[in-house]
Each structure stands twice: as C-alpha cells, then as structure tokens.
Design a protein around this ligand. Structure first.
Ligand SMILES: C[S@@+](CC[C@H](N)C(=O)[O-])C[C@H]1O[C@@H](n2cnc3c(N)ncnc32)[C@H](O)[C@@H]1O
Length: 276
C-alpha cells in the first residue's frame, strides 16, 4: 500500500508541512521526551529509526549522532529530509536502509536504541507480534525501544455520530481542528481490523458531511494525499504482547491535545529472555 498518494518528493514534503499538530506528526512534548531519552545515552551507541520522521531525525542531527533509517519507501524518507533541521533528503549522519520492518531480523547490525513514531501502527494487528519480535532481535542486550503508538479510542467516541461531533464542535467541547480531525477518524474506526485512516474516513463520510466542518477544517483538502492507515489495538492487548519481549520501563503521554490520551509513548527494555 502506498503511504502517500503522490510520489513527487517536493509535493510529499509540502503536504507533510500541512500536517503539523495533527496526529501523524509528533508534538512538541513528544519531541522533548524523545530528546531526553536519546541524549541520555552515551557515545558509541547504535541508533535506528523506524521510518523517516523528520522531528526525530532533527534530534539526531542536532546531537551529531549517527543513525540508521529503516523504511521500505525511499521517496518518503528523502521527502521527509526536507522537513528536518538539515533540510536535505539524507544528511551525512544518516544511513538509509530500504527494507520491510517485518523482515529486518536479517540486518547484520544490532542497536542500543530503536525509535518509531507510530511505526508499529503501520503493520496490521496480526503482525504486531512479529514487529515486536523483530525489534527484540535488532537490539543489543539491555537495549531500549521507544515505541510511540496510537491505541484504540474509547468505545463511546467510536460510536458517536457525525451530528454529535458537529454539536460538540460548535459548543467548543472539541477544542481544536487537530482534535476534530482525530474525532472524525474515530467515528470511522474499523472495530474488526482495529484500523483508522484519512482515506477510510473520507470514503466513509463523503464530501457533503465532511464539508460541514469547513472553513475551520477542510478535511478532504488537508488529507487527500495521506494514505496512512493506523492499526490501533486496545492498549491492554498491546501491553500483553509487549511483555513477551520487553519490560515497560516508563510510559509517557503527550499533552497538547485531547487525542493524546490515545497516543502513549512506551519505553521498552529488551528482556534477557523472550517468552515466545
Ligand atoms: C514512521 S511511519 C508513521 C508516520 C509517522 N507518524 C511519521 O512521522 O512518519 C511512516 C513510514 O512508515 C513506512 N512504512 C510503513 N510500513 C512499513 C513497513 N512494513 N516496513 C518499512 N517501512 C514501512 C512508510 O514508508 C513511511 O515512510
């Protein structure tokens, strides 16, 4: 599946510029938290990013740390490079490896710190175990995986109708367009697959309904090229899976928006022995 519905690097970067504040891009509190964990590691550490998230790459650039970027789509990573501090497709401290994360156990290197911003959400719920197992295999002893993910929103938010959202938005109970965009995705959440995404929402609600929120939020115009689909399991089920391979060292919630309560960041430490 294509992550963006255009392959022009410049256009991908331009579209991503629009997504700041929405759930796809890390928020300032998340970035500060990432910085804290990356900077506390000492020299000679080996680092890997799942994907090309510009905010994370900028942290490594600022700290002048070498880092491997692992992604199956070179165009996206190069386009994201334009949104980093260095503002170029691939900076000197970065090594890009083109690979499916689910096949990454064949990589010859091992790492001390892995980080993924909504990366695990890109694989289906059935593949979460394999993703976690691969992360485990990629880590050195005592290695850390910083795993940010979207989890399943509360049932009552999934069961809302679009008219409820309109009333809530007009009353000011949905405080921003950033929360509004997420709430629109929530009502189109697929309970069987645990999936949600921009195109799924556009297809389910259609132009007429989404246009009710214009001019504050032009959902279709903003997200028409963003084809990411997030698989968001119930949080408890996610934690049960992680326990096979990791200990949960810390849990952090960004705080800028209401939707952040469904976007925990886990600090996972590799267990001495996997329970699989
Ligand atoms: C890090 S993820 C999620 C979006 C994230 N919030 C961000 O800031 O980029 C986006 C990236 O995942 C990559 N991707 C998705 N599934 C993948 C897979 N199975 N293996 C490797 N890369 C994958 C896409 O190519 C895209 O560049």
């Amino acid at each position: 599946m294509r992550y963006m519905l255009t392959s022009n690097e410049e256009q991908i970067a331009k579209e991503w510029g629009k997504y700041q504040g929405y759930t796809v891009r890390p928020l300032p509190s998340t970035i500060a938290y990432y910085r804290h964990w990356i900077a506390r590691k000492t020299l000679q550490q080996k680092y890997l990013i799942f994907g090309g998230t510009p905010e994370i790459r900028s942290l490594f650039q600022a700290l002048a740390l070498k880092v491997v970027l692992l992604d199956k789509n070179i165009e996206i990573v190069r386009a994201m490079g334009r949104l980093t501090l260095a503002n170029i497709p691939i900076e000197k401290n970065e090594t890009l490896i083109k690979k499916n994360w689910l096949e990454a156990n064949s990589l010859p290197q091992k790492f001390d710190l892995l980080i993924g911003d909504d990366a695990i959400n890109m694989v289906s719920w059935n593949d979460f175990s394999l993703f976690l197992k691969t992360a485990y295999q990629l880590l050195n002893e005592d290695g850390i995986f910083i795993c940010h993910l979207l989890v399943k929103p509360a049932e009552k938010l999934i069961n809302n109708r679009i008219d409820d959202l309109l009333v809530e938005y007009q009353r000011g109970d949905i405080p921003s367009v950033y929360d509004l965009a997420s709430r629109l995705n929530f009502i189109c959440f697929d309970k069987k697959q645990y999936s949600m995404g921009w195109q799924q929402t556009i297809e389910a609600l259609g132009k007429e309904k989404l246009d009710l929120f214009k001019p504050d939020l032009d959902f279709i115009d903003t997200f028409k090229f963003c084809n990411s689909l997030f698989y968001c399991p119930p949080q408890q089920q996610f934690e049960e899976k992680t326990h096979q391979y990791f200990e949960i060292v810390e849990l952090f919630y960004p705080h800028e928006h209401h939707y952040c309560q469904y976007e925990p960041v886990y600090i996972l430490k590799k267990k001495a022995h996997a329970n699989d």
